[in-house]
Design a binder for this molecule. Structure first.
Ligand code: AMP
Ligand code: ZN
Length: 112
C-alpha cells in the first residue's frame, strides 16, 4: 500500500527500531511508548484493521500471536506479564490503518 506509514516502515523507506522480522511479520518499538516495553507487531500484508480480516487471514493471525509470544519471551515479559491490544477504529483511537498488535509490558499495567 503506497501511502501507508507502516508499509513504508516494513520496506525500510522510513526508519524504525526493529525488534523482529520474518517472512510474514515485522515488529518495532513504538515511537511514543506508554510502557517500558511497547512494541508494535504487524503483518507484512497490508490489512487496514481487525474489521478487514477475512477467513483467508486465519492462519496469519494465528501466527501473529505466536510471534507475539516469541517477542514477549525475548523481552523477558512472559513471567511478569504483558498485554496484547488491537485498537479498532475511532472509539479505540486507532490512528494507523495497518493492522498492528501492541505488546505492552515491563510495568504493572492499569486497566481503564
Ligand atoms: P494505534 O493508536 O493503535 O493506531 O497505534 C498506532 C501507534 O503507532 C501509536 O502508538 C504510535 O505511537 C505509533 N507510531 C506512529 N508512528 C510511528 C512510527 N513512525 N514509528 C513507530 N511507531 C509509530
Ligand atoms: Zn500498510
Amino acid at each position: 500500500m503506497k501511502d501507508c506509514l507502516f508499509c513504508k516502515i516494513i520496506k525500510k523507506e522510513l526508519p524504525s527500531k526493529i525488534v523482529y522480522e520474518d517472512d510474514n511479520f515485522f515488529a518495532f518499538n513504538d515511537i511514543n511508548p506508554v510502557a517500558p516495553i511497547h512494541i508494535l507487531i504487524i503483518p507484512k500484508k497490508h490489512i487496514p484493521s481487525v474489521n478487514s480480516l477475512t477467513a483467508s487471514d486465519k492462519e496469519l493471525i494465528g501466527e501473529l500471536f505466536l510471534v507475539a509470544q516469541k517477542i514477549a519471551r525475548a523481552e523477558k515479559a512472559t513471567e511478569t506479564g504483558y498485554r496484547l491490544t488491537f485498537n479498532v477504529g475511532e472509539n479505540a483511537g486507532q490512528t494507523v490503518e495497518h493492522l498492528h498488535l501492541h505488546l505492552l509490558g515491563g510495568k504493572k499495567l492499569l486497566w481503564s
